[in-house]
Ligand binder design. Sequence first.
Ligand SMILES: Nc1nc2ncc(COP(=O)(O)OP(=O)(O)O)nc2c(=O)[nH]1
Length: 291
Amino acid sequence: MRPESPPAPLVLRRSTFHWGSRTYIMGVLNVTPDSFSDGGRFLDPEAAVEQALALEAAGADIVDVGGESTRPYADPVTEEEELRRTVPVIEAIRRRSDVPVSIDTTKAAVAEAALAAGADMINDVSALRADPRMAETAARHGAPVVLMHMRGTPGTMQDDTHYDDLVGEVHDFLAERVAWAEARGIPRGKILVDPGIGFGKSYQGNLVLLNRLDALLDIGVPVLVGPSRKAFLGAVTGRAAPAERDAATLGAVAAAALRGCHVVRVHDPAPTVDVLKAVDAIRSETLPDPG
Ligand SMILES: Nc1nc2ncc(COP(=O)(O)OP(=O)(O)O)nc2c(=O)[nH]1
């Protein structure tokens, strides 16, 4: 059920996100050797910075820097290694661009260093549960946070993907995490939620969550979703290779935007821009300003 008014705007560096005005794009920058779709491509800091600039040029409103794969059964990364992978890249991005940057981490020390290096936001797939210091870190920096639903950890989440009421359980978990974060000093206006596509859900469960994404809107904060290149799209299309799922990703992005999603997290922003322009125009029955 759509709330009467959209969530309050969010300012991230030079950008003000007027939720509801259009669907925004978070571009994925994995500085890892083992990310499921692009592992190893951007491990070199120079290549990573060039990719960040390319994501921005292609239309990403936020660049999401991640130093640890969260794919099912991924090997955990030490704090030192995650710092080594991410902080220099964020510092280098800052020397070349003021694009808003989020740090995709569950470790408070990594978030702390990333924010000090110029990141603007924390994307925590554990919804501030993995590290007891994360909430305080975010509150102290005044950093916006993305709270995502995941059952268990990347090492356990696919062991049990049965839910009696998937949408209801995800909704209630996220609503509870928002209240929990607010109680620890993170303003509601700096909280986004994410149903965690591919994180402890069956393929069919991911379809249900995307088709019923509007059920999350009454939590009253922006909804972010990350379907890009994920395995459920391979099951739907028969595309075994993640890199061959960008077309199917556009379908998932269009569906999410039509259901009122505020941010989509994708590896390839370029085609996503026009898909979202079309969906946003159709959804609002309004042509965009010619300006
Ligand atoms: N908020 C949010 N963050 C996320 N981070 C990583 C991935 C996994 O995708 P990717 O980063 O491409 O792969 P890997 O985790 O293997 O690096 N998905 C999400 C998501 O759906 N939502």
